[in-house]
Every structure is written in structure tokens, then in C-alpha cells.
Design a protein around this ligand. Sequence first.
Ligand code: GCU
Length: 656
Amino acid sequence: MEFSKCWLDYSPAEIKEKALFTLAVLCEGSIVESAVKEYDMAIQGMTAVKPEIVKERKPESVVLLLDEFLPVGKDGYEIRREESSYCITGQSESGVLYGVFHFLRVIRTGHLEEFPIQNAPEMPLRIMNHWDNMDGSIERGYSGESFFYKDYEILYNERTEQYVRMMASIGINAIVINNVNVHEKETYLITDTYLEQVKQYSDLFNRYGIKLFTSVNFAAPMELADFDNCDPLNERVAAWWKETAKHIYEVIPDFGGFLVKADSEGRPGPFTYDRTHADGANMLARALKPYGGIVIWRCFVYNCGQDWRDKKTDRARAAYDNFIGLDGQFDENVILQIKNGPMDFQVREPVSPLFGGLKKTNMILEVEIAQEYTGQQIDLCYLLPMWREILDFDTFVRGEGSTVLNIVKGQTHGQKLCGMAAVINTGDDYNWTGNDLAAANTYGYGRLAMNPSLDSESIAKEWTELTFGKAPEKEIVAMLMNSWNTYEKYTSPLGIGWMVTPHYHYGPDVDGYEYDRWGTYHRADRNGLGVDRTPAGTGYTAQYNEPWASVYAEKEKCPEELLLFFHYVGYEEKLKSGKTLIQHIYDTHFEGVEEVEKMITVWKGLQGKIPSDAFDRVSERLERQLANSVEWRDRINTYFYRKSGVLDDKGRKIYE
Ligand code: GCU
């Protein structure tokens, strides 16, 4: 089977230090065994010499230790020099594994002077969500087919192992193995039809400190048994889930729990029975509780049958409106998973106000590594700077410093079950992510969830060095760091979002969603565009704490990159730059394409510094990105020229 090793490619490297060739393992357990295996594989890969693995301390060696009292935090580790040896001490077995991966990273990048290192995962849960279906397809997948499933069978092979190693190396500790939209066959994942095979995955995951979760169908009792309803307050329904959970844990004692998309985009849920999301989530949580399992309940709930004529209903309000009244009603093993923004993973959105609303509920921040709306892994779009902004957003829920990061770290409200989840961008393509450079997002997500204080540029640098070595580092890091901004420039302006080809979500279609039922409107007319979400409009701004409620509600104070998200603005109104809105639209769209052209020039200069297959794959993507950006530029510029009748003041070509 052919697949890239990505950032775990231990290709030959010069290693002189004798200590690195002896590994003294003074602890034990199945995760420790994985750590030893990783070390062994890495040293052999880099030096072609098998390290000696011993069970007692030796001078000049790398020592693995476990010390549950190590004062570093859960699953943390310490790496230090002790005379001519290195000691990697984990607070737990996972700590040992993370310590070994860190040590190997340091060896690979040649920063051996960095010791002592103390580190611990800062978020309790660092989750990957797969949107893989059992027919082998992946919802919003842009890198081939699923490597988990094919024709309704569960696959288990070298690739699965490599995948799990990659996830553990970036600190992932929970994986949801199937799509949130649970179709017919996937409903059976929690039954004997598939449980033994799921257990195989779970055992593999566990050896790398990862818990396995499945997405479940809320209507499972109706589909799998003879129920005529799935009312969460129906005792027979609750009893069915209890039995089901009991059986799951008999087969898979380490099972993590369920992820649920209910009452969302046509999925079943408690609303049908006039019950609340708390009723639904708690019913499942009580079934899992005796075994330590958890329920992750998604907040992506909105009216997807809206009438475009209706200007009062605002999709952006939906998550907050649906969940805020339930604060404090969820059981302690329920976590709400909240998308980063109030709409749906657009290139620019404000942070979901729900983070600053809930106080007595466990919360997880959901982001999308899969580039559904951000270029589908054809266009380059390094998402770390976006996630960084989201994490740093201050909600003011408990005064200054109540950032999203502090909330999902468990600091603001003292919650133990919290963290981050991401829709992953992998598939069975040779390079896993379609565009080789999109792996920077996969890698970066894990690193950020583990150590959210790391800045996006350091992560880009680390990934580039591990993947391609030092030679092309400067150029690739610069390409990555500018790419989100570039993508934003040539697509929809100033936070308005959408304007994409409906359903498919790649390429421009300005009115594609404008008269549709999804609640995604830009409201452009001959005078201007944007959605009034102030108290005079949909009232969405009032869902934020102060000062944001006022800042967003006032056009003059509103951060410009979100201006059209919050306000209707005339084409000839002046922005802070002194430019009119229409001129800003023209300028950014011309600039966006120019930046893609520059990127291509930079990339061409890297020929010879990058393995030729990867070089060619990325070159091909960049050419497609250029064509896409030109299409966006011309459609957007022409559309707004036709609406406004205003000429570009620089006289560039705008089609009529
Ligand atoms: C988006 C995406 C869907 C997905 C949904 C979700 O709407 O386009 O494919 O199912 O998000 O997050 O549930």
C-alpha cells in the first residue's frame, strides 16, 4: 500500500550522539510499548541502525520513565539531560508517548539544545471528527475515499496504523469514526453487525492513547428495533439505549461515547416529541454513565427551511436561541459541541456568541480542517491563523480574559470535559490530504489543541521542517501564512460569506444561495449589500456580551473584516481606509489574484528543493487555484459593477 509518511517521515539524518542509540525503558504498559516502537522506528529510519532497547538504566542512553506525581498536568511530560543521558518522564503512559514524539521532533529539527522541556496538553479533549461513510465516500472529503470503510466493510491495514500514529504524534486523544449524518448502515455500527471490527479499531487507538467514539442516529431504536418513536422521555426508549450501551461496553470496555447531530438539517431529534435537547442528550448520557462514557451533542441546529423574503429570521441567531435556555440542564457527562461561528465554517465569521453565553455547560469548540468553504484542498488556505483568532476572542462572560481558549481549556468555568474538535481533511489519496500543503492544517490542528499558546508561524515552520526539511522552509512558511488572507480577498467580501456554488461549495455563484431555503443571504441591491444584524435588524448583536454587543452594532466601531456580516453598507460609503466599499471590493479581488500569481512564482523557485512528486502535485493545485481565483474575481467584480454601476477608479478590466 502506497501512502506518504507525512510529518513522520524519518528519512536519513545525521545523528552522532551515542546516547540516542540506547533506549532504557523503565516503565511499562501498552501505550509505553507504542512509544518504544515509535522510537525504534524513528532511529532506524534516520540512521539505519537499530537502537538497543534495555530494561535498566545505562550511562549514555535515552531513559523512559513514568511518574504519576510529575508536576506537569495530566498526560504531560518532562524531557531533560542527565549527564550524558536524556530522561523522558511521563505523568501517564500517554505522557511518555507524547514525550517521545516531542523528543523525536527535536532530533529531526536539530534543536537538541532546547532541554529541559516540560509540557502537557492544555485542553482535556483533542478530537478528530471523521465524516466518513461506510460506502467509502467522505462527506466534504477532498482527498479520495475513506480509509476506514469500503463497500460497507471496515478496513484495517497498514494505512490505519500509520493514521493512528500520525494522530497520536500531534496529541489527538479522541476520534469519531463516522459521519455526523448517520445513514442506514452506519446506524448498525453500535450493534453486533460491526462491533467486533469497531473493537479492533478501538484496541489500536487505545495503544496510542486515543478513545474511539461513534456518531449515532437518534432514531436508532426505530431503525434497529421495532419502536414507533424515539421520544427521549419514553422509558422503553431509554431502556433500549441502556441495553445497547451495556452491550457496547461488554465488547469494547474502553469505548469513548457518542457524538450526536440531532434536529439538524433533517436529522431526527427530540423536537419531534416536543422535548428539549437536554432531554435528548441526558437520556443518552445516562445510558453511558455507568461505564464512564460521554455524549457530545452538536449545536448546529437551525431552520433550514427558511423563506428568503423573511428578514427577521436569522440563521446566525439559531445556535444561541436553541441552547442558551438549557444552560445548567445537561448532565455532567454531556458536552455541547459548538461550531466556531454562527453560520457554517465560512472564510470569515464572528465567533459564536454561545461561547460567551453558556456558563454551566461543558463546551467543545468545533472547527473544520476539511476545506469545505475554504478552497477544498485545491486552493491553499492555512487555517491556523483563523483558529488562533477564534481562540483568542474574549467573550467577557466572566469579565476580561474569558477567551474562547480559556473556556475550552476549562479555566473560565472550571469544566473538566472540554476542548476542541475538528472535521478532518484526510482520505486515501497518496498524500492523505489532496494538496500536500493541506497537511499543515491537519498537523497544526493537533499541535494547537495540545498547546494553544503556540503561534501559527512556529507551527507552520515545524511542519515544514518535518515534512520537507529546512531548505524550502522560508518560502513555504510565507506561502502558508499569507494564504488565508489571499483566499479571503478573492472570495466573498468583508464577512458576508456564502456566494459559493450551492451544495458543492467550491467556486463562485453570487446569488446561488440568495433565494434558497438555507438562511444564507447577502441582500445585495443597487445601493449596497450586507445583513443588518443590529437591534434594528435581526437583533443578533444582542447575543454578545458587552463590549461586543455595542461594538458590533455600531457601523463605525465594527471590525471591518466583519462589516457586511453585521451591517448593510452602501457601495459608496467610505471604509476606514478611506476607500469606498465598492472600490474595496474591486481592489481586494484584483489583489487576491495577483497574490496567487506570486505564490506560483515562489513555488516554481522551490523546484529541486522538494521531492518532485510533491512538487508536481502542489504545482497542479496552484494552477487550479489561479483559475478559481480569476473566476471569483471576475464574477464578483462584474456582479457588483452591474448592481452599482460604479466604475473601478483604477480603470482595470471589469467585464460588463
Ligand atoms: C455543513 C456541511 C454538511 C454537514 C454540516 C454539519 O452544512 O455542508 O455537509 O453535514 O455542515 O456540520 O452537520
